[in-house]
Design a protein around this ligand. Structure first.
Ligand code: ADE
Length: 273
């Protein structure tokens, strides 16, 4: 997969050289190109922003540097034999970035990221490139960052670990919380490793039992416990058919019951943690 990032802070993307994404690059699974937007400015001050039409606070990123930067990197990529670019525009006004979208992006051959600073990029830039390629405007959460670079790191890491040969174990993301197609989207429960006792704290006996069925059930119960506590919305959204008899028992213990029509589960009482 080819990745291009255009930014006024190329050094912000340094983490793309380390850890999982760095390894994916070293293994040739990811071909990353970071570009400095100011290379496409031609005035003494390397200006990339200007005041907004219609007034208001803040500054808006100018069309020309973005257009010239994107034209250049697209031409370079095509010349190197790449095809099928998609534009990924990080913005708090975008659609929520989810595991499902990470999977969709991981299936594309070429992603071009346009992290903005200030109040964002002149809209005509997105409108222009949307006539040539798919555009994904994505938000990584309901908060406002100072710029889109951190969002690029988030999206890149979520996408890179899905590429074949990057995690090493093709099974490892099948059980991810939020994995699309999972029976129910539950959060993963707690995990433990050696030593078996630490500061007087043991690990749950069942994990030492060697009984795979019991261990799977315990993990499922812990997932239900965590999901009801931290993300009740995920339980409410679940198709009740996703819950087996044991799940239903656990949900009852956790203070949940089905609606009379059986279509949803809802919390009916608070449970002491
Ligand atoms: N830029 C600023 N805030 C952002 C957010 N929440 N998601 C994506 N890009 C952003």
């Amino acid at each position: 997969m080819r990745l291009d990032v255009v930014t006024i802070f190329p050094e912000y993307l340094e983490p793309l050289n380390v850890s999982l994404v760095g390894k994916a690059r070293a293994r040739g699974r990811l071909d990353v190109h970071v570009h400095d937007l100011r290379d496409w400015t031609y005035d003494r001050h390397n200006t990339v922003d200007d005041t907004p039409y219609g007034g208001g606070p803040g500054m808006v990123m100018k069309t020309e540097p973005w257009g010239d930067a994107l034209d250049t990197l697209l031409a370079d990529g095509y010349e190197a034999g790449h095809t099928g670019p998609a534009l990924v525009v990080p913005t708090p006004s975008g659609r929520p970035f989810t595991q499902e979208l990470a999977v969709e992006l991981s299936e594309r051959p070429w992603l071009v990221f346009t992290p903005a600073r200030y109040e964002g990029i002149d809209r005509r830039v997105v409108d222009e490139y949307a006539t040539r390629m798919p555009v994904y405007e994505v938000s990584i959460g309901d908060y406002v960052l100072a710029g889109g670079e951190a969002a690029v790191l988030v999206v890149t890491e979520a996408v890179a670990r899905l590429l074949p040969g990057v995690l090493g174990n093709a099974e490892s993301h099948r059980d991810d919380s939020f994995a699309p197609g999972a029976m129910a989207n539950l959060l993963e429960g707690p995990v433990y490793t050696k030593p078996p006792e630490w500061r007087g704290r043991d690990i749950p006996d069942v994990l030492l039992s060697g009984h795979h069925g019991k261990i799977a059930r315990w993990r499922r119960d812990e997932a239900l416990r965590r999901t009801t506590a931290n993300r009740p919305d995920l339980i409410e959204r679940c198709d009740p058919a996703a819950f087996d008899k044991k799940d239903r028992e656990m949900l009852s213990i956790l203070g949940w019951e089905p609606e009379p029509d059986g279509r949803f589960w809802r919390r009916v009482k608070a449970v002491e943690e």
